[in-house]
Write a protein that binds this ligand. Structure first.
Ligand SMILES: [Zn+2]
Length: 205
């Protein structure tokens, strides 16, 4: 299947800036070169919501370059941090996102707040990332499921690799709830041969 989905400029810009923040400018140049995306060195997309020709798979190309350079553990730590940073930036820079989370900060029970936040954020995320996230509840857990996950396109691995998204979900929920009593774990990943990337979200109390 041909992947023609595209990231909006700002979404890709925030990801690039987020990784640069963690690995530094030189590290970032190496990552982009390894990912065959040298055209973005010192040339990030502008901060707007247009689609500037950044196919979704660029994200997984970058993730893969991080694995190549920093190894699995290193890349996992970097990507998780990038995801959390992205959540923060998305909230700060994007009123729709902030409102989505804020709406959920109310006197509702915690579980209901989390559910509302996940539903709203997944819609906004899907639009910006050119994908379709489905959120559902099963037993004590919430799940975030993406059949077009941009993190692992064309990638095969024995372990789940989409740590940016896990970090992102965690970051958004932690910001909305003003605490860190969440656990986000990728339980299915397309890189492992699963049909979707699925994240399990556990909330405490
Ligand atoms: Zn994935």
């Amino acid at each position: 299947m041909v992947e023609e989905r595209e990231l909006v400029n700002r979404a890709f810009r925030v990801i690039l800036l987020g990784i640069e923040e963690v690995v530094g400018k030189n590290g970032m140049s190496a990552v982009l070169r390894t990912a065959n995306l040298a055209q973005y060195i010192d040339n990030y997309p502008p901060s707007n919501t247009e689609r500037g020709g950044h196919p979704l798979h660029y994200m997984s190309d970058i993730n893969r370059a991080l694995y190549e350079i920093y190894g699995m553990r290193g890349a996992r730590a970097i990507l998780y941090r990038v995801g959390r940073g992205r959540a923060k930036k998305a909230i700060e820079e994007n009123a729709t996102f902030a409102n989505a989370v804020k709406m959920a900060v109310s006197l509702l029970p915690r579980r209901m707040k989390v559910k509302l936040a996940l539903e709203r954020i997944s819609r906004e995320y899907s639009q910006q990332m050119g994908t379709d996230v489905r959120v559902f509840e099963e037993g004590e857990f919430f799940f975030w499921e993406d059949a077009h996950c941009p993190g692992c396109i064309g990638w095969s691995s024995e372990t789940a690799v989409c740590h940016t998204t896990a970090g992102f979900i965690f970051g958004v929920l932690a910001w909305g709830a003003d605490d860190e009593d969440f656990k986000v774990q990728e339980v299915l990943c397309r890189a492992k041969g699963d049909a979707v990337c699925r994240y399990q979200i556990a909330i405490h109390a």
